[in-house]
Design a protein around this ligand. Structure first.
Ligand code: HEC
Length: 160
């Protein structure tokens, strides 16, 4: 290979894998289980008018959750009352994921713990920073099992 081709080759791999990881970064284990459940994932059944690019309900909810997390963080930092997003975030239990294998007992437990950290955050007037960082930890904890790709980005939500 000429040096130019080599560079292009490496570049395209880097871009490809970062796209993959941005959108979730599946571990090899998850990929295998995805193959197993593939027949139940009929793309035609998705309502693509609500979810363009074939992205799942859960992926859209997660993007919202990230932005709402930033809003909460800004409110804390400017000593304002953070908006209560709990009603929206509860949909984490019902939103359809890209990979049907995601749903199960472990996912539900992680989701429950996550919602509990939010309850604690909104219930206590003091310890806002600590309690918000617990919420962020709960995001990360679930992502370690299901979706490692965005962890680095999620950790940036934590308040130092
Ligand atoms: C109970 C598990 C769980 C919790 C808690 C959780 N996530 Fe996720 N997250 C997932 C899964 C599973 C996906 C993959 C969704 C899909 O592709 O259908 C995901 C995807 C994402 C994505 C990528 C979305 C995209 O563009 O494809 C971001 C960003 C994200 N989550 C941020 C967060 C943030 C921020 C929090 C906390 C406020 C959070 N997540 C809490 C399981 C969780």
């Amino acid at each position: 290979m000429t040096p130019l081709y080599k560079t292009l080759f490496i570049l395209s791999i880097t871009i490809f894998s970062s796209i993959l990881f941005y959108n979730c970064g599946q571990s090899p284990k998850e990929q295998k289980s995805e193959l197993a459940v593939q027949p139940s994932l009929k793309p035609s059944q998705k309502d693509s008018s609500r979810y363009p690019n074939d992205d799942s309900e859960l992926a859209w909810l997660m993007r919202d959750m990230y932005q709402d997390g930033e809003k909460i963080k800004m409110a804390i930092q400017s000593k304002q009352l953070p908006e209560d997003f709990r009603e929206k975030f509860k949909n984490i239990h019902t939103a359809t994921p890209t990979d049907a294998a995601v749903k199960g007992e472990v996912f539900d437990t992680s989701a429950k713990v996550f919602l509990q950290t939010l309850d604690k955050f909104y219930a206590e007037k003091e310890n806002q920073i600590e309690n918000f960082n617990l919420v962020v930890n709960a995001c990360v904890a679930c992502h370690q099992n299901y979706c490692p790709g965005p962890i680095k980005k999620i950790k940036k939500l934590a308040i130092k």
